[in-house]
Write a new protein. Structure first.
Length: 104
């Protein structure tokens, strides 16, 4: 029994990949374009248009990034003194900017 190399009839048949693709994919219409067209079609019921908008939303707008640990600690520190006598002093505080090493 031989191992490796060419074997007659092995592999995906030629042309099988494009033969099974739907007509819309062959013509270049993307699922996002379909959803946007459905969303803007005023002949469709509002429920269908809302569903299409909800499905297209993640592809149009990115989710906001989660705050980093530093940003979260800074926010907590700023919120901790609100409404106390220290609040006026917090407005005067300017954090010192640290220059990177070698920036002269």
């Amino acid at each position: 029994m031989s191992r490796g190399g060419y074997r007659p009839g092995a592999g995906r048949p030629k042309g099988s990949k494009t033969a099974r693709m739907p007509d819309a994919a062959v013509e270049g219409e993307t699922p996002l374009a379909f959803l946007l067209a459905l969303m803007t079609d005023e002949a469709q019921p509002v429920e269908v248009r809302m569903r299409a908008a909800g499905l297209a939303l993640p592809f149009m707008h990115a989710k906001p990034a989660a705050p980093t640990k530093r940003e979260e600690v800074t926010r907590l520190a700023e919120d901790a003194e609100r409404g106390t006598e220290w609040e006026g002093l917090l407005g005067l505080y300017q954090p010192r900017r640290v220059r990177p090493v070698g920036s002269g």
